[in-house]
Design a binder for this molecule. Sequence first.
Ligand SMILES: Cc1cc2nc3c(=O)[nH]c(=O)nc-3n(C[C@H](O)[C@H](O)[C@H](O)COP(=O)(O)OP(=O)(O)OC[C@H]3O[C@@H](n4cnc5c(N)ncnc54)[C@H](O)[C@@H]3O)c2cc1C
Length: 525
Amino acid sequence: MEDQMQEKRPVLIVGAGPTGMAAALELVRFGIPLRVVDKYAEPSGTSRALAVQARTLELMHQRGLADEMVALGNKGLFTTMYAAGKQLGQVDLRQIDSRFNYTLLLAQSETERILREKLEESGVLIERQTELVAFEQPERGSGVQAMLRKGDGSLEEFEATYLIDAEGAHSVVRRAAHLPFDGKSMPNSYALADLHVDGDVAEDQLSIFLASSGLLAAFPMGNRRFRVIATEKEAVDKDAPDPDLDYMHAMWSAGTHIPVAFRNMVWSSRFRINSRAMHQLRYRSVFFGGDSAHIHSPAGGQGMNTGIQDMMNLGWKLALVYRGLAKESLLDTYNEERMPIIRHLVEATERATDLFNSDNPVVHSLITHALPLALSFPGIQQKGATIVSQLGGNYQKSSLSENLRCEGTLQAGDRFPDVVLNEETGTRVLDLLDPSAFTAFCFGGGLEAVKHELTKLTLPIVEHTLPVASDVVRGLLGNSAVAVVRPDGYLLCTGHPSEILNQLRAWTLRWLCLASSGHSSEGTS
Ligand SMILES: Cc1cc2nc3c(=O)[nH]c(=O)nc-3n(C[C@H](O)[C@H](O)[C@H](O)COP(=O)(O)OP(=O)(O)OC[C@H]3O[C@@H](n4cnc5c(N)ncnc54)[C@H](O)[C@@H]3O)c2cc1C
């Protein structure tokens, strides 16, 4: 394995936004040599993505980053919708099935700083003022040839084994390869400002105001600071200056019933929405993720979260293949697993944006009448919270989940929920899942033989023995004595000892390289 690693060129990550940095964090943890380049001299200081969803926080928790994010951010416990001065309904985000049962509101610049510092701690320095200007891939064989332009204008030719494209919406690689980025530019522009609000606007909720003049949203950032976004239905000149305090106040007064005063605006901007996605996330040795692969309406605060989760899916697969532990075909499952989630996201955010900004008075009236009724059903509330928090996404239909039987309610490819595993110690799933290996939970005694057999598989696996399965675990897993979870926290399989070993042997034969030796370690919780 070491020899194979030494023969290989590094992985090149283009773009040091949240997607590129998440990719780098995943790969460096597996010891994969890499370079991260970014064309700008400084990181962006703007707050763009405010909403960090529960699933992202769960993944950050496993990487030791969630505590700082939560300490710095503000918790949105509800999403409340208003129209014509009345509350239409409220989604209670506290029912999200996670220890992070809220939407965390934290400036993207802070999320990026936390990722960057973790990378630096791991020995990875972002190469700034280094722009990818051209790239080539041989028709046959593997590898990528990239042309990088430095700040002083000099050019460097660099050969990489794989390239992760995290360049954002205007990807040079995607364009150079003539890969489609289908979708549409949506009507309307949006005015945005981060400012201080004096007035009766709740700080523990995301407030959404529906008016015939368009949608207006207020996201609390803590200490009376808010992000205000308002639809501009009137065409705004392309060269118009960024919105100022008076302009934002006029938009607020037209769209809401709450009297406020605005001050201390630290950032304002204007944006239009493009709703587009690639057809394929893999192009031979190049993998696309984040905004370079999918852009959409910021409705629901999903974009950055999705980019980070793209990389949590790709990272372990690329690392195993790079190290010669897994077959190349494992890399195709990145597209297979993430693409359905991306397609659904782009369609859903497009539909929601069209609907809430509709000029049609009948549609507007239907929404304002239907929403209170819909939100009075707990099932609909729960479903909405699960979708927005990104906890509902699963890989059940992936070929990685094929032929893997599960006994309880949890299926192969489902997120393994953060339930209490051991009622005596209070140990929970997220505290034990290892993002650098498969995790096997063995419940009850007499499993020495299984544990011994697990170590013989070519799977990097960590075992945790728990005295008995808690009631909630029995509900999820039935009477299974063993559950194996993927490095990205999704269930691989469950079963009785002999059954699970057969399943794992077949899975290993299909996806892993048998010539290499796996590793394993044990823990007792
Ligand atoms: C107003 C607004 C609000 C939003 N709110 C949310 C929200 O609440 N929650 C959420 O999840 N998402 C939100 N988003 C979306 C979120 O900001 C993006 O999805 C996220 O920034 C994507 O990250 P990325 O790393 O893929 O791309 P980017 O953040 O665009 O980063 C790309 C990086 O690549 C670099 N780069 C580009 N080209 C090259 C090149 N050729 N060579 C080298 N480097 C290059 C750039 O300098 C940049 O640093 C919002 C977006 C907007 C506009």
